[in-house]
Design a protein. Structure first.
Length: 265
């Protein structure tokens, strides 16, 4: 019989993938849902008692549901010893008609309306940082965005870490425990491309290019158990840029102090 794991720290994740859009004028995607499901599967290596994953796919990924899961439930439930991972795969878009916010960039949710992106999309510059600020207790919050124009996410208004905390991991029966690993702190967003670039899907990969290399991950851990977030970014960014001939270059925004993730690859 396996020993009972006393839960002191958890990995809490909200993972969003949207191929299908309610407004038929928004082009459907091919691999965003698959990308999200693959990221959720990657997290399954964390001990079941220490992972809490919400998966929002297609029609479940409405603006209301995303805001409730992140801004209400996750903000309420995530504790001072937890790690938070947010992931989004889908369309990123500016407003579809000229307006006062011509430079603005938005994540398109399942119910985003083509003619009303400002009201029905999720602003990368304003609403995403606001959602991050509501997740106030965990020392480490990381968002990964596989969407066009996503380098603007967070922007210059992005706030840095609020608290310090120690973390840990040990492997038990093939599962990763988070009990003894130092994972640092930070508020970081890693986006698939710059704010004037396209995030590509590739049929030959069966994924978005960014998520494909994210899922491959670094070949080795830094210390056998963890990987630095900035090292993860550098390796994924280099692979994506090489694959696309420099047409897509991932961006990292935010601040951190030795932010690390459990090595899941």
């Amino acid at each position: 019989m396996s020993p009972v794991l006393e839960v002191a720290v958890a990995l809490r994740a909200v993972i969003v993938g949207i191929d299908r859009y309610r407004d038929q004028r928004i082009r459907d995607l091919s691999y965003a849902r698959t990308d999200a499901e693959a990221v959720a599967e990657l997290i399954e290596q964390v001990h079941p008692a220490q992972r809490h994953v919400t998966l929002l796919l297609d029609e479940d990924a409405t603006k209301r549901n995303v805001q409730v899961e992140i801004g209400e439930r996750l903000a309420r439930d995530a504790g001072a010893d937890d790690v938070v991972l947010l992931y989004f795969a889908g369309h990123g878009t500016p407003e579809t008609s000229s307006g006062p916010d011509e430079a603005g960039r938005y994540l398109a949710l399942h119910d985003t309306e083509y003619d009303n992106v400002y009201a029905t999309g999720l602003s990368m510059e304003r609403e995403l940082p606001w959602l991050f600020e509501r997740i106030s207790r965990p020392p480490l919050v990381l968002m990964l965005i596989d969407a066009c124009f996503s380098g603007r996410a967070g922007g210059r208004t992005f706030e840095g870490p609020r608290r310090k905390a120690a973390r840990a991991t040990a492997r038990d029966s093939g599962m990763i425990s988070l009990d003894d690993l130092e994972l640092g702190e930070g508020r970081l967003m890693i986006s698939a491309c710059d704010d004037d670039q396209i995030a590509y899907e590739r049929r030959g990969l069966g994924h978005g290019v960014f998520t494909h290399y994210l899922l491959k991950g670094p070949a080795t851990a830094d210390d056998g158990f963890t990987i630095g977030v900035h090292r993860l970014y550098e390796e994924v960014a280099a692979a994506v840029a090489d694959h696309t001939g420099g047409q897509q270059i991932p961006v990292i925004n935010g601040r951190s102090t030795r932010a690390r993730l459990p090595y899941l690859w």
